[in-house]
Ligand binder design. Sequence first.
Ligand code: CP
Length: 313
Amino acid sequence: MTTPWKRKDLTGLSELSAEEIRHLLSTATAFKEVGTRQIKKVPALRGKTLVNFFVEPSTRTRVSFELAAHRLSADVVNMSAGSSSLTKGETLLDTAKNLRALLADIIVLRHSSAGAAQFLAERMDASIINAGDGAHEHPTQALLDTFTICEAKKLTGADLKGLHVAILGDILFSRVARSNIHALTKLGAKVTLCGPPTLVPRELESLGVTVTHNLDALLPEVDVINLLRIQHERQRKEYFPGLGEYTSIFGLTKQRAEKLRPDCLIMHPGPINRGVEIDSDIADSGRSVILDQVTNGLAVRMAVLYLCSGAKA
Ligand code: CP
């Protein structure tokens, strides 16, 4: 089979075609099967070295990239900004060049600045994988979200035509929302963004989505609802009067969850602020696929590492 994948990097989903996204997702399906075997390791990246370089905190993304690399038999090193020479004034590019001098083949980068992964990808011959850059993109999160939707809704070939997905919350500062919008619209889904006008401005409709500020009217209409955390760390001013007010208008409370269709999937990329954007019992209910998203992140990240490294099956 010929592969449509010719890239050494994954910096975002805006530049990917629907065919490339589908190829990533079908490769992830094969790696999910590997995870059901007694021996969950394959030799695809034997002899390769991956550096997990996280300049911002992470639980899910960092651990799943590390596990994914181990399962592909790569050598793995974890680095955080606080324990690196970035604290002594070394630049990001010099840091990355030094990692390459130590024969790193793949650098997984989480950074607070939009465009940081792209900046390195254009200057390095190593593979650069974006693990979240500021409020720009979080491509592997959107891929695992899309994978989880396809799995739960039994959508073959990642064809999302006829599916209506709501993304609710702090869209303005959300890299997860941006990457999800690219993936979902390219695969044919209808996407509606909802939240306070200050965090979900009408201008976002230029991305090929619908914007509404009326959550109660939207709830019965959607097949999937993806809730986002309020990103206090990126906000420079107050965008709503207080968390209590946010929850009363835009939180997925028990009463609001009753308005959803019985088969509506409830998603959240994590970390969850229980009782703010989602009621604690709803987060733990049978309709929530929040932990399935985390599990699927492993197979998706194996697929990304495998394809970007140019490994042969
Ligand atoms: N969803 C997500 O990116 O979580 P982490 O920040 O824990 O990696």
